[in-house]
Design a protein around this ligand. Sequence first.
Ligand SMILES: [Zn+2]
Length: 121
Amino acid sequence: MSHHGKSRSRHRRDRQPDKQQIEFPQCPLCQKAIRDLTSAITHKESGKPAHFDCILKALRTDNAVQQNEKICYLGKGSFGIVQFREHSAPPRFFIRKRIQYEETEQVPEWRQKPAINLSVR
Ligand SMILES: [Zn+2]
């Protein structure tokens, strides 16, 4: 006899359209469906895919971004706080901080560099 003492409290949010049986993964940050997985970023805390924009928003809250700064996606799961120098004649920018957010599993082994990073300090 198997009796579940605690019924798993599943939130009843049955708003799935019955037209198609496609289930999009739910973003752990905004709880909305992720329709474009190609642009999704793995959410660190949950390990689930999350909207690119939601991760970006979270990064903005976690990192104090100045007025002349912007968080940009640098590729391969890493973001950067890019600082713009608008005062200079040709507008310049540089990456103030690099945030490696996602584990990069897609990088083939032969391409992986030794763990020596350019420490610009
Ligand atoms: Zn989201």
